[in-house]
Write a protein that binds this ligand. Structure first.
Ligand code: PHB
Length: 389
């Protein structure tokens, strides 16, 4: 090709872009940056979130708000020290239109900071960091999952009602563990109980032995815990192996037994947990979701799959209102704010801080299922402390 022809072609291309910026913006693919853990203790959670997200997009014919979706993926390794670089790659190098992520609260806080600073749309499909819909809340930040406070608070009420007075807590020492315990403690104390000891180990450690020995020595009425993913599998097995399951009832935020039951086997049997999803809801909405998920992925869905699916629903709701033009941020936010999200968990709305207002179920492990045995807290709203927007 000669130089003259190349120049002409380039000029024609440039003119096309200049002449029809709106048409291009809406006709071009929408770039979704998936920043999730694909390695480490939360790897399976990241995969379930992506699966759920893709399932909804596929059900919509591959388009949201009239735009085809293109994915760019980053493995965040659940490593907060790499989080800012990772999210900046998506925003600055890949020029994504929206970021979807992540699982780990510490990583999510770094993502929220970048989203707030750059105005990039962020939808959090798991990480419960209270700050994301608290002090860091913003018009362009949404969450399809929960705040760490929510399942913790709901379980505090349950444990208090059961009449347990002295409780030991055990978790990973980072935002999610700390905040889950804090929510639990708030409700337990209101109900007349007391946290007598708070045990923790660094994330993602699984050396539980010394801590289990401390629990045995303290002889509390009950134990409350937050663990998830691979760490949750090991904790439940170690708790049983140490002989504690027979003597001290174990309660948890539902992540303890979600997506983990195959690996935990009988050691999880009978455990009570609180979460915004369960395996036996039996509603038409959930049943059709579960069937579609199982068909697509040859896997049973879990809470993470639901949160990924609902992240796509939130994005689809906002995009439909702005006809695919993500630059219309106020209209996008207003549409999402008014919407009732038709989630497999049951319909939910978003609070002013953009966190789900939702029922928290009480579940009990029966065989390979987190069977819903009641509603621990109806329409629970995160207090969104220090969110100004
Ligand atoms: C979190 O870090 O916020 C987190 C991680 C895994 C879960 C739930 C919360 O399952």
């Amino acid at each position: 090709m000669n130089l003259f022809r190349t120049t002409l072609l380039a000029a024609a291309a440039a003119t096309a872009v200049l002449a029809t910026p709106m048409a291009m913006a809406q006709g071009a693919k929408l770039k979704v940056g998936l920043m999730l853990p694909y390695t480490g203790t939360f790897a399976a959670l990241g995969v379930a979130i992506e699966n759920g997200f893709r399932l909804y997009v596929q059900e919509q014919g591959g388009k949201l708000g009239g735009r085809e979706i293109e994915f760019v993926k980053v493995d965040d390794e659940s490593d907060p020290s790499k989080a800012t670089d990772n999210v900046n790659k998506l925003v600055k190098r890949d020029n994504v239109d929206v970021i979807v992520g992540t699982v780990h609260s510490g990583v999510a806080m770094a993502m929220a900071k970048v989203a707030k600073d750059t105005g990039t749309l962020l939808i959090v499909p798991n990480a419960g960091a209270d700050a994301v819909t608290g002090p860091m809340c913003a018009p362009n930040i949404f969450r399809s999952s929960f705040s760490n406070w929510q399942p913790g608070f709901a379980m505090g009420e349950v444990v208090a009602k059961k009449g347990h007075k002295k409780v030991v807590t055990i978790t990973w020492k980072y935002a999610a563990g700390d905040e889950s315990v804090k929510g639990f403690k708030e409700a337990l104390e209101k109900g007349g109980g007391q946290v007598v000891k708070e045990l923790s180990l660094p994330f993602p450690g699984v050396e539980f032995q010394a801590l289990l020995t401390e629990i045995a020595a303290a002889k509390p009425d009950a134990v409350y815990t937050f663990f998830a993913g691979g760490g949750a599998v090991k904790f439940v097995k170690d708790y049983a192996a140490a002989g504690l399951k027979k003597s001290i009832p174990l309660y948890g935020a539902g992540f303890l037994t979600d997506g983990t039951l195959e690996a935990q086997g009988a050691d999880a049997d009978g455990l009570f947990t609180t979460l915004h999803y369960g395996d036996s809801l039996g509603t038409p909405r959930d049943s059709s979701f579960r069937l579609a998920y199982a068909k697509s992925y040859k896997l049973q869905p879990d809470v993470y799959a639901v949160q990924g699916y609902d992240a796509a629903q939130i994005l689809g709701t906002g995009l439909a209102a702005v006809k695919g033009d993500v630059s219309k941020k106020a209209e996008f936010a207003a549409a999402v704010q008014k919407a009732k999200i038709d989630s497999p968990r049951g319909p939910f709305t978003l609070s002013k801080a953009h966190n789900p207002v939702q029922d928290i179920y009480l579940r009990q492990v029966v065989g390979k299922e987190n069977k819903v045995v009641g509603i621990a807290s109806k329409g629970l709203t995160d207090p969104a402390r220090n969110c100004r927007m």
